[in-house]
Design a protein around this ligand. Structure first.
Ligand SMILES: [Fe+2]
Length: 176
């Protein structure tokens, strides 16, 4: 039995605050892709889902006069650093296993290298999965951050994700 479900994470007020800022629809889609990739590559899908869902919660407001300022974003972005810390704090507050919380935080820290020298870090499978899942949902000009989804639909998809993870872990618990 997992200590913390994806629903627990998603419905927490801190997650809601930051997910609404960076895009609920994008976060859920990345979590879904991360679960598919994790199952395929023999990685724990629960950790992948949490990292996928929370990967962008470190974003600050990046608008200039109501417009996305891509240049300023590329130059000054540290969302992966902030996100890793926020996700870790949130998961620990919810009672998550410390080892899992650290793995999620590291995958978030390394999901982009927009702030790192190129190819400077050897990533593990979980970290590569979260990055790939994010890229799979990327749209030009950061449009994926603005796609809308109702709270009801979001909850339905999150609960489905929890069932999928629970099912997988019950069937294959010994292998991950
Ligand atoms: Fe993203």
């Amino acid at each position: 039995m997992r200590r913390v479900s994806i629903t627990d994470v998603f419905t927490h007020p801190i997650a809601q605050k930051y997910l609404n800022r960076s895009g609920v629809s994008h976060a859920i889609t990345v979590a879904q892709y991360a679960v598919q990739l994790a199952i395929k590559h023999d990685v724990n899908p629960d950790i992948a889902a949490k990292a996928g869902l929370l990967h962008d919660i470190g974003h600050y407001e990046w608008y200039t006069n109501g417009e996305w300022d891509y240049e300023a974003y590329r130059k000054n972005d540290i969302h992966a650093i902030k996100g890793a810390e926020r996700a870790h704090k949130l998961l620990i507050r919810l009672g998550e296993d410390r080892k899992y919380a650290k793995e999620v935080a590291l995958a978030i820290l390394l999901h982009t290298d927009s702030y790192l020298p190129e190819n400077s870090i050897d990533k593990n499978t979980l970290q590569r999965i979260v990055r790939k899942a994010d890229e799979m949902d990327e749209e030009p000009f950061g449009k994926h951050h603005y796609r809308k989804i109702s709270y009801e639909d979001a909850i339905k998809q999150i609960e489905r994700l929890d069932q999928e993870i629970e099912h997988f872990l019950t069937e294959y618990r010994k292998t991950v």
